[in-house]
Design a binder for this molecule. Sequence first.
Ligand code: NAD
Ligand code: DAU
Length: 415
Amino acid sequence: MTAPSPGDGRTEPGSSSGATSGASAAGGGPRIGPGAHILVCGGAGFIGSCYVRDVLARRDGTRITVLDKLTYAGDRANLAPVETDPGMAARFAFVVGDIADPTAVDPLVAAADAVVDFAAESHVDRSILDPSAFLVTGVVGVRVLLEAVRRQTELARAGERRHADGRQMGAPRFLQVSTDEVYGSVEEGSSREGDVLAPRSPYAAAKAAGDLLVGAYRTTHDLDVLVTRGANTYGPHQHPEKLIPLVATNAIDGAPIPLYGDGLQRRDWLHVTDHAAAIDLVLRRGDPGAVYNIPGGNERANREVVAAILARLGRPWSLVRSVPDRPGHDRRYAMDGGRLAALGWRASVPFADGLAGTVDWYRANEAWWRAAKDAAWDDYYARQYADRLAASTEAPAPGALAGGAAGEEAPGTAR
Ligand code: NAD
Ligand code: DAU
């Protein structure tokens, strides 16, 4: 099955009938300009909160309302820099609610020039333990958002969508934040936006379903929609369930570090500020109906990444334990970023600098991640790791595998 539009759908700029207010699509200018009101769903999480902090810090008149359910992964403290700054706080509102709840969603979409959907259950391992919440948020939630956007688009087309002061509003633009995982495991080469979707975990399947729904609403209702597919993202404020913060925080505590399988799975790492900036560029300048890959340009084996974190913290490799692999573990992700580059984007954070800064942030912000490692975390950790760690073996040091394994580098050499 080939992904339908917006899997490979590219329409010419300006072809959408849904011009947004705060936008001037004509002449290649931004579709969402300064002064726009953006609804950010999932804005208390890792990437969403970075997006909110960075966009409001530009002080260009953009207003943001966050809608977030505050699941275990959502933390309003991530937005403290915004909420404690009078200038930014004046342009910011926070609503606790669920994207799968139309009563929460509809009035917020009605007031927005654009919607950016970061909301998701985002951890592959949890989707293997229990996928239900992944599907509710990733499928029903995306459908609720798209229905609200459809209604507002129809009102705008009828000339009946208005600001509180009576001025006419254009149709809202909708951007779905998706992932490279929808392409499945990519043994060689790199995925392009029109490639077949082949998700292999319940998490990735829920994300792919969201992408397909967005495409269906583009085809059926001609909505002004976009999809971004980002690579493995890292940086401050990431929940300690994910590889880099898990390794950093366990290493700080001198606790065992679980490395799945042979640790030679490869990921392409993208700093969170680069991911947020790329999403904002696509929101403002992307072609209606298009999908944009966001690669990081930093492909590394997991073992290399773990070794670099340990080197930064001055902790020994002997903390690392080889544990039974994640079921269905994708071996490699890699994406072609030509379409995004044509919009004028390139990643700006070198991996060595970004990783060092991230590790230093976890060392300096123990209160933040210790709060996330609460009683519910202990339950999760026991479910996910107790048996694996009991069955674990010593992990061969990086470089010790035959031939150093393709592309593997010595500890601490992440560039
Ligand atoms: P995260 O788990 O840190 O944050 C998710 C946020 O969504 C949380 O604040 C949570 O409270 C909120 N949320 C969850 N369900 C909700 C619901 N039903 N209604 C409203 N809010 C809800 O996730 P993240 O790592 O910041 O990822 C954000 C998005 O980016 C996700 O869609 C994810 O699939 C995608 N993505 C993540 C990465 C990555 O490496 N982290 C890479 C590519 C794409
Ligand atoms: O590629 C984008 C995706 O990146 C996002 O869509 C997901 O939301 C995000 O969680 C991430 O998925 P991964 O499964 O790649 O990330 P995670 O941090 O869970 O794992 C990274 C790699 O490290 C993966 O190969 C599994 C491995 N790993 C992970 C954990 C948590 C381990 O070896 N041990 C671990 O304990």
